[in-house]
Design a protein around this ligand. Sequence first.
Ligand code: MG
Length: 157
Amino acid sequence: MTSLRIGQGFDIHRFADDDRPLVLAGVTFAGERGLHGHSDADAVAHAVSDALLGAAGLGDIGQHFPDTDPKWKGADSMQILRAVVDKVHAAGWKISNVDVNVVCEQPKIAPHRETMQHNLALVLGAPASVKGRRAERLGSIGRSEGIMCLAVALLTS
Ligand code: MG
């Protein structure tokens, strides 16, 4: 009998004060303010990684890729996601699909959506859906202080 496991992932990063690039799902958003973080601060890759690890019962991204480790400084987070996919496969799970919400006032996600979905699907070997949502000017995200990302992942064995 097929087993199903679901996992959720969350990530939030504030915008950086320096002029680092904004990277989401491996897509560089030209001319947009980047996010503060130890790695490249790709909140989509981080949330999807956490959803997958949660579904597989393998802990969280902080355990596997601690931000105190110099090895991950400035890291390409899609490589972190790739490593997570390998761990999930090694544990005997197959990725069924992933769904992501990116919550921010700026930038607009829609123009990059197809590329983001494509990048994720390539690494996951499974369909990925990305939706951009605004926070309707409520709270820190609504004040454009950062970007929040929510992801769910479904695994089958
Ligand atoms: Mg993060």
